[in-house]
Design a protein around this ligand. Structure first.
Ligand SMILES: [Zn+2]
Ligand SMILES: [Zn+2]
Length: 311
């Protein structure tokens, strides 16, 4: 009987798999990486290797744990419906129109002497968006099921698909990538526009910093999945996007790989990723999961695990 055929592996993979990770007691405490290079290579899909040359065994080639050939990924991709696409299309266009109109009102009412407060409000908006992206992502990854009515197929399905076929997002167009995220800020931006139109100048100035905060929060919430898509794109990214990633102004590719290590239990923030390390060190997500499990008896990531095992 033929033994599993070792497929040609890159030097990088072999080196990482032969290391034992961080063993030094000082380094293994606070400064240790959340996931080692070995964890990443053994338990996540190698997205910068489109030809899958790094599959180590024949079994891994025949029954892929990740990627477009995975049975669960194919089943989930087929659940994307025409009705869902219409909802996404409408949300994208309403959100873009509201953003442009509110931005023009902000420019019109802006007073340059308040610039430092405006910038602080904008920064707070970006940090809130990062936390919100982590919270929603954690909730969708960890709880609920694709079988739930309405939210299951429409909103949880893409999260399940993304874990077993992380590169599918790079094949989605602008509408499919951004439809859901562009829906979230619509009520807030609509209210802001209503206030800009109806309130007298004095009241507009009183609410100006709050509106800058809400505007930047909305912009980054809307852009989160596009930023997320860029973090999975290893080929053909524009230079300015790579520059933003390298400066860690938006989610860098290497940083987001840490979330994609099975069982996907950390690094949920996807806008800038600034909060991932502190939240992990505070055991924020695991504490929240323990409390919910204790109260409800539900196991975290049970549905995610079920889909990953489909063959
Ligand atoms: Zn996830
Ligand atoms: Zn991802």
């Amino acid at each position: 009987m033929a033994l599993p055929i070792p497929i040609s592996c890159s030097k990088r993979v072999n080196e990482a798999l032969s290391t034992t990770g961080i063993e030094n007691s000082v380094a293994s405490t606070i400064l240790a990486p959340v996931k080692t290079e070995k964890d990443i290579l053994e338990n996540s899909m190698l997205e910068d290797d489109p030809n899958a040359n790094c599959a180590v065994t024949q079994e891994e080639k025949e029954r892929p744990r990740w990627g477009p050939q995975h049975k669960g990924a194919q089943e989930l991709a087929n659940l994307y419906s025409a009705g869902k696409r219409t909802q996404e299309y409408i949300c994208v266009w309403i959100c873009i129109s509201l953003m442009v109109t509110n931005f023009l009102f902000i420019l019109y009412h802006m007073k340059l002497e308040n610039l430092s407060t405006i910038l602080l409000a904008a920064l707070a908006g970006i940090i809130t968006a990062d936390f919100a992206s982590g919270f929603v992502h954690w909730g969708a990854d960890t709880w609920g099921s694709v079988d739930l009515p309405i939210i299951g197929k429409n909103f949880l399905r893409p999260f399940r698909e993304h874990h077993i076929d992380p590169t599918s997002i790079t094949r989605h167009d602008f509408i499919e990538t951004n439809g859901d995220n562009f829906m979230i800020p619509i009520p807030f931006l609509s209210w802001m526009l209503y206030e800009f139109i109806t309130l007298p100048e004095e009241d507009v100035q009183l609410k100006f910093n709050r509106n800058c905060y809400v505007f930047l929060l909305s912009l980054f919430v809307a852009m989160t999945n596009q930023i997320h898509k860029w973090s999975h794109t290893y080929f053909g990214l524009p230079t300015w996007v790579m520059w933003l990633q390298e400066c860690h102004i938006i989610l860098p590719r290497k940083h987001h790989r840490i979330h994609h290590v099975a069982p996907h239990e950390t690094y949920f923030c996807m806008t800038t990723g600034w909060l991932n390390w502190p939240l992990e060190k505070l055991h924020f997500w695991s504490t929240l999961e323990n409390i919910i499990e204790l109260i409800s008896g539900c196991k975290p990531r049970a549905d995610d695990m079920k889909w990953s095992k489909k063959t």
